[in-house]
Every structure is written in C-alpha cells, then in structure tokens.
Design a protein around this ligand. Structure first.
Ligand SMILES: [Zn+2]
Length: 298
C-alpha cells in the first residue's frame, strides 16, 4: 500500500519515525522536535496514515470555490510544503480518512475508511515501512489518540503493533527484513501547566488568555498529562519552522487561531520544550530524559 519508497537508510545516524493519522498532525504534535533532529543530521520520516480526505476547511480564508472539490490534492500539496518547512521526509500509507463522527448516537464509520480496516492489514502496511526505514525511535499518540478521533486511536494501535512485531521474523512475511525498533514514544501536547503559564503571562500583559475557556472546563479529576511525561526535548529554535509547517496546512489551520495566539518569544522563553512519554523501550535509559535517542547506539 505504500505509495513512495523511503530509500535506503544511511548508517551511523539516528533514524526517527513519526506516525500520524492525517496531514497536519505532524505539524501540531512534536513538530519542532522532528525539525531539530533533522537539522542535526539525523534522518526523520513522517508517515501519514490517511490522506485527510474528510477534513473540513477550518480556515475561513480558504473556504472558497474550488478547494473543497479537490481536497485530497490540496492536502497533498500542503503536506509537501509542511515537510519542506520541517526539513523532514514524508510518506503516505494510503488509507482513507474516517472523518470525525458527530451526533448522538454517533453515525457508523464510512465503509472502507481507515478505522474500519482490520488492524492486521493496517499493521502490515506500517511494518513494511518500518522494515524499509529501520527507525531507532517511533513517535505516535497515546491510547486516547491525544484527541478523540477514530483515526488517532487507530494510529496508536497500529504504531504499537508495528513496534511490537516488526522485529519478529515470523510476522508479516514478504514485507522486508525484520527490524527491531529501540523505543516508542507518545507525544503530549495538551499540557495544563503550559496553558496556565501562558495564561498568567497574558494576565501580566493585561490581555485575555485564549486558553481561559479550555482551562475553565478542566476536569481536575483527569490529572495533568505532565504526570506521564518522561522526556522533554529542548527545541525552541525550531518553533518558527513548526509555525511555517502549520501555516502550510492552509485549509486546516487558521492563522488567526489559537495555534498562533501565544507570541513566539513567550513560548521560547517560558516553555522551550516538547513533551513525550516513553511508552516502550528495549534499551536502558535514565528518566527523565532530554533526548529521544538516549541509550541507543547508532
Ligand atoms: Zn488528525
């Protein structure tokens, strides 16, 4: 199902694979970290599981004739620009976006969409790319998907299954030489501590916080995701590249929206890291970490 070849991996460098459900997720979740590792000479491959075919136009400026009709093509162009901004390579697995079901009761998922594809079939497609690219580290979402979209939950399941099985010589014959991935991480973006810090800074400047509503709806029984974070990667230098990549997804990201509400300088000064949870490891490492490749030899 893979549509483009990722090429032969070089030796002596680290390889990082970021598995995402839709085009744009790679730019909003752990993006600056991927830009940093790529800039430092490592190989970084974003694997996008679906084409984002069912995405709505979320930027009013792009809601104009001729866009919705060719959404798949537009999102491919946006993705190529975003990958260029981040300095990473990208490939598609070729599955079809399940869309975000809405209503009560929820409607059934569209026939043939990614979340309805048998897990075994989707895992095989990802294992094929893992065995070709041979990543030391895979980044994906936690068991809640980071966001309750069926494709995000599925992305988690497929990534964990590929991590567990790509090194097993008996699994998925005909998809390449077995490759054992050293570590698997979940990316965490909705950190309450971070929102509070920025909200306080808005207050200090006599401005209303864009996170006020989000924070007021916070359920304290949920606990902050920060409690799950094992690894913080300093990547503030790459925030401008992350922002460029986000803006490249012009149909999906409103340049006047919350992603750009916090001045870059505040972000770089107050919270210069991106957060990850070490979910599985086959190497010894000491927590907390500041490097996704800690404990691995290239
Ligand atoms: Zn998504």
């Amino acid at each position: 199902m893979t549509e483009s070849h990722v090429g032969d991996p070089k030796s002596g460098v680290f390889r990082l694979m970021a598995v995402h459900a839709h085009p744009d997720d790679e730019s909003s979740k752990g993006a600056a970290t991927t830009a940093k590792y790529a800039a430092e000479g490592n190989e970084v491959l974003v694997v996008t599981l679906t084409g984002g075919e069912r995405g709505d136009i979320l930027n009013p400026a792009m809601d104009r004739p001729g866009i919705k009709e060719r959404m798949t093509e537009v999102r491919r162009e946006e993705m190529a620009k975003a990958a260029e901004s981040l300095g990473v390579r990208q490939t598609w697995l070729g599955f079809v976006d399940s869309g975000l079901p809405e209503g009560d009761p929820l409607p059934p998922l569209p026939e043939g969409s990614f979340a309805t594809v048998p897990l075994e079939e989707a895992t095989e497609a990802l294992v094929r790319v893992v065995r070709e690219f041979r990543p030391h580290v895979i980044i994906t979402y936690d068991e809640h998907g980071g966001y309750p979209h069926p494709d995000h939950i599925r992305c988690h399941e497929v990534s964990v299954a590929a991590y567990e099985r790509s090194g097993d010589p008996d699994a998925f014959p005909g998809t390449g030489q077995p490759w054992t991935v050293s570590k698997l991480y979940y990316t965490h973006g909705f950190i309450r501590d971070r929102m509070v810090l920025f909200s306080d800074e808005f207050a200090r400047h006599g401005q209303e916080s864009p996170f006020a509503e989000w924070l007021s709806k916070w359920d304290p029984s949920r606990g902050d995701l920060m409690g799950r974070v094992t690894t913080q990667v300093e990547c503030s230098k790459y925030f401008p590249q992350r922002d460029d990549a986000l803006r490249a997804h012009a149909t999906q990201i409103d340049p006047n929206g919350v992603f750009f509400a916090v001045p870059l300088e505040w972000q770089q000064r107050l919270w210069p890291t991106e957060e990850f949870e070490l979910a599985r490891t086959r190497v010894k490492t000491a927590l907390p970490e500041t490097d996704l490749f800690a404990g691995i030899e290239a």
